[in-house]
Design a protein around this ligand. Structure first.
Ligand code: ATP
Ligand code: MG
Length: 551
């Protein structure tokens, strides 16, 4: 067999290699099984890259399956967004989308099979009683008084559950396993419960819904999955996964393998908590650029390739860990450094008037879109007498460390001329309103002829040709590295995670930016045009340098 080495290997690929070498399997079949109860987050991206990546590298198959057994929490909007996100990440599922709910009839049949074999029973204990009977980690549980009901009676009771003959919560179907097992999940787990709820796929057909542990293994087996990859919290549930498949008439028995979840600093990774951020209006929807959702990161300007690279770098292990934000940002910075066109944008403008430049002249300068990618082409930059530069790029007095514009000194305007600050005009409060400069006409694309050294370079935009835009600057959403451990996450939200700059001035070529197009605003950071707003709005993706280490 040819060696397959497209990605860094990991313990799961080692298992797969062995299974293929031994002939246990002739190909791989994996699946990504989200519950459609929220938008996908970057943790899901890890799982998507793992499952679909295996299919790509081993020429196997990968299903997208909605694990849709909780109708009250699910929504068709989530079903749609999840498909969109998987495709955007660059993956395509095999054949049709799968739904666990497609198997409701079969699942019902397998439940009947377990009852017939004396391995499942309808139980009428109240939730409080059931908790009491379950025992604890140190004490065995007690058998339910309904455990010994006859097969015939159980069949009739389960049929009655299905027909709507009982109220919600009145009874459940439980697997008959072992109330003394050291694995709590094996203490007669519930496999069906009553919910009079409308389902986004099956409508009102069902009022009983199968539990995750019963549904998941059977869905995997029905689809012929070879390796069922899930996160570590399902380690114990593997006993139940195997028990169900061992006790029903099904020939396929996928191997469940667990790996550690992605945890990322300064953010949350649970759909339930992310949903409350949305509901409590701490963010502007699931795709708010501050959210760790795939839709949010996309809107923030993360290319899909940067998320795939990130998931490659974090790798797949069984170790629980917390990944630093700097690692994610390094991936996007490296990606955009290669792919993003350069542009000039002034976020906090102050006016510069070049007094020896003709007032009515407009000179079209050319600038490369990328410093070392000729194929990315050029753009025109109109140069005029009145310009804007960043207010921060000027000081009346400064030491040598300040390599920008200082009164009486020279600086180079990026892609243009060398200018010298001659005098300033201030308002009554002492704010600088205009910096009057002179320029050296002999310095376009060359150093001053007399050998004067001009070290600093600053960016600028023509005042008459620049365009106005809103620029949104983002910071971490939480003030603490692990907000999941905060008693009330609302208390650790960063109140200045979004700063809206209304009066940014951009070079005119940016008027043509497509939605989601990324740029490096030179000397400022990476930005992308917002994919929602029809106005010209840019979202900051990331700064040019890693600022996390200093935090
Ligand atoms: P959440 O707690 O965020 O709702 P979940 O595990 O309940 O996550 P599912 O929709 O059930 O979400 O997950 C679909 C798949 O994605 C599962 O196989 C799950 O193990 C995986 N997954 C979810 N969160 C992460 C994560 N943080 N890191 C890696 N994989 C994850
Ligand atoms: Mg879940």
């Amino acid at each position: 067999m040819a060696e397959i080495e497209h990605r860094p290997s990991n313990f799961i690929r080692t298992i797969i290699d062995k299974d293929l070498a031994s002939g246990k399997h002739t190909s791989t079949y994996t699946r990504f099984p989200p519950e459609p109860n929220g938008y996908l987050h970057i943790g899901h991206a890890k799982s998507i890259c793992l499952n679909f990546g295996i299919a790509q590298d081993y020429q196997g198959k990968c299903n997208l399956r909605f694990d849709d057994t909780n109708p009250e929490k699910e929504d068709i909007d989530f079903v749609n967004s999840i498909q969109e996100d998987v495709k955007w990440l660059g993956f395509q599922w095999d054949g049709d989308i799968q739904y666990s709910s497609n198997y409701f009839d079969k699942l019902y049949g397998y439940a009947v099979e377990l009852i017939t074999k004396g391995l499942a029973y309808v139980c009428f204990l109240t939730p409080e009683q059931a908790r009491e009977y379950r025992g604890t980690l140190t004490e065995p549980g007690k058998n339910s008084p309904y455990r010994d009901t006859s097969v015939e009676e159980n069949l009739a009771l389960f049929a009655k559950m299905k027909e709507g003959g009982f109220k919600e919560g009145e009874c459940v179907l439980r697997a008959k396993i072992d109330m003394a097992s050291s694995f709590m999940v094996l203490r007669d787990p519930i496999i069906y419960r009553i919910r009079f709820a409308h389902h986004h796929q099956t409508g009102d057909k069902w009022c009983i819904y199968p539990m995750y542990d019963f549904t998941h293994c059977i869905s995997d087996a029905l689809e012929g999955i070879t390796h069922s990859l899930c996160t570590l919290e399902f380690q114990d549930n593997r006993r139940l996964y195997d028990w169900v498949l061992d006790n029903i008439s099904i020939d396929c028995h996928p191997q469940q393998i667990e790996f550690s979840r992605l945890n990322l600093e300064y953010t949350l990774m649970s759909k339930r908590k992310l949903q409350s951020l949305v509901e409590d209006k701490h963010v502007d929807g699931w795709d708010d650029p501050r959210m760790p959702t795939i839709a949010g990161l996309r809107r923030r300007g993360y290319p899909a390739s940067s998320l795939r690279e990130f998931s490659k770098r974090i790798g797949i292990t069984k170790q629980e860990n917390m990944v630093e934000m700097g690692m994610l940002e390094a991936c996007v910075r490296e990606d955009l450094n290669e792919s993003a066109g350069r542009a000039m944008a002034v976020l906090n403008p102050v006016k510069v008037v070049i007094e020896n430049y003709p007032a009515d002249q407009v000179e079209m300068l050319t600038a490369a879109n990328h410093p070392n990618k000729e194929e990315m082409g050029h753009r025109e930059l109109p140069f005029t007498q009145t310009l804007f530069i960043e207010a921060d790029d000027f000081k009346v007095e400064a030491n040598k460390q300040f390599k920008r514009l200082v009164l009486g000194k020279e600086v180079r305007l990026r892609n243009a001329y060398v200018i010298k600050a001659e005098r300033i005009e201030q308002d009554e409060q002492g704010n600088i309103t205009t910096i009057f400069c002179s320029y050296d006409p002999e310095t376009l694309g060359k150093n001053p002829a007399d050998g004067r050294k001009v070290k600093g370079v600053i960016h600028w935009v023509s005042a008459s040709h620049g365009i106005n835009a809103e620029v949104r600057l983002y910071d971490r959403l939480f003030n603490v590295p692990n907000p999941a451990t905060a008693e009330d996450y609302a208390t650790v939200i960063n109140p200045s995670s979004l700063v809206i700059v209304k009066n940014a001035v951009l070079e005119p070529s940016l008027a043509l930016a497509a939605k989601e197009q990324s740029y490096q605003f030179e000397r400022t950071g990476y930005f992308c045009r917002d994919n929602k707003s029809d106005e010209l709005v840019f979202n900051q993706t990331v700064g040019l340098r890693d600022t996390w280490e200093n935090n």
